[in-house]
Design a protein around this ligand. Structure first.
Ligand code: AKG
Ligand code: FE2
Length: 226
């Protein structure tokens, strides 16, 4: 399931992130890519230990934790600390699939990358190119969103970022391990949750809402990996 979350960050929050990131030092993005991906990756990133990245990442995690849309669609078990990248001067990231397992820095904790996410931090009018192209079962989706918007998509997808030929594209990206491993099951739960929420507005207090809520939780119980 590919899902956009418009306005995850307010303009003020985007501004704060961008101001902090402008003070950070960027390194070659190939340092954090797996073997196959490194050969098609041509961008800049913040070092994982960069205190500015950690601070801005915490702001984003805080906002995410309060996003009902993210919680419902991701059903997160573990969210990796956000990382940051910058593409300019033809910078690009060719077709790749993200590594299935990532280590949490400084620990021996592993995170399975069920869901990949990009949070756009640059106004699309400020750069050319830089589209995130995701191969989906319904064909390829081209994503270029307003600053503060986010897209989440299955970690299993082949994806790329087209060359940035004018300006500079700065984004946060991170991975989530979901309680629900299978994308199709997660998508069903998301649909059901949305339906129940809508029913609760349209026919408040209806007994069937309680039964459907039970079905929702019993499916989570059946499918959850924890
Ligand atoms: O910059 C993006 O939107 C995606 C980055 C990406 O695919 C990656 O770092 O694996
Ligand atoms: Fe990727």
């Amino acid at each position: 399931m590919l899902l956009k979350i418009p306005g995850l960050l307010t303009n003020e929050q985007v501004h704060r992130c961008r101001e902090a990131l402008a003070r950070a030092s960027w390194v070659d993005g190939r340092t954090t890519a797996g073997h196959g991906a490194a050969s098609v990756k041509q961008n800049l990133q913040l070092a994982l230990s960069d205190p500015i990245g950690i601070e801005v990442g915490n702001l984003i995690l805080d906002v995410l934790g309060r996003s009902p849309l993210f919680m419902s669609a991701a059903l997160p078990l573990k969210v990796m600390p956000p990382m940051f990248n910058r593409y300019e001067g033809g910078g690009t990231y060719g077709n790749h699939v993200d590594n299935a397992i990532r280590m949490l820095r400084g620990t021996d904790h592993r995170v399975r990358t069920d869901i990949s996410t990009t949070v756009f931090l640059t106004d699309p009018a400020d750069y050319d190119g830089g589209e995130l192209v995701i191969e989906d079962t319904y064909g390829s989706q081209t994503i270029k969103l307003a600053a503060g918007d986010m897209v989440m998509y299955p970690g299993t997808s082949v994806h790329r970022v087209t060359p940035v030929t004018r300006g500079s594209r700065i984004s946060a990206f991170f991975w989530t391990q979901s309680l629900i491993r299978e994308d199709a099951q997660r998508a069903l739960l998301y649909e059901l949750d949305n339906s129940i929420q809508q029913l609760a507005v349209d026919v408040p207090g209806h007994l069937e809402i309680t039964r459907l809520t039970g079905v929702y939780h019993n499916l989570v119980r059946r499918w959850s990996i924890t």
